[in-house]
Ligand binder design. Sequence first.
Ligand code: SF4
Ligand code: SF4
Length: 188
Amino acid sequence: MRIIRQKPMTLGERLYIFEAIRGLWTTLKHAARGLFDYDSLPTISYPEGQPEVRNTYRAKHRLMLRPDGTPRCVACGMCAAACPAHCIFIEATQSDDPRIEKRVMRFDIDHLTCVFCGLCVEACPVDALRMDTKVISFEHRTRDEFVSSLFDLTNWNPADYPEDEQSQKAPGGTLNKQALETWGMEVK
Ligand code: SF4
Ligand code: SF4
């Protein structure tokens, strides 16, 4: 048990009026800063201004790509099984690559239902799904537009992830040529 002893009030505090003036002065200082030095305020004019987030923040999903541009996803369904909101919809088909059994034909995530828990990312055995896009606000007119399709989830630019090796191996990345050679694929 911790006893917190209250300090006795001074005479100035007991007179109340001085403390009221002190509080008012603080309010006026903040109001003046908002009027004359707005840019120094720790606030953002949302939605024109967006907050800076780290890539570890659980933001909108993206599907990682192989060096040839196909999704790394092997359609195992682990992410959909782990999802507590049941908002991942996957359809699989046979892969043309003999090294891979299946590939995704449909991969939808309903971001209106998603609770951004990140369990799908944790469940993925091949690092095919990430939530490091830093996209944290979604503005759409219809509910359907909140459903991210396979095209939407794979439509990202390696230049936005300069420090991530896996992203740089995707088409357009700095390590793509090297990765294609390692994979035994034709370098265009
Ligand atoms: S972040 Fe959570 S709720 Fe959203 S799709 Fe992944 S597992 Fe489902
Ligand atoms: S867990 Fe990974 S590989 Fe399996 S379906 Fe989901 S994204 Fe694809």
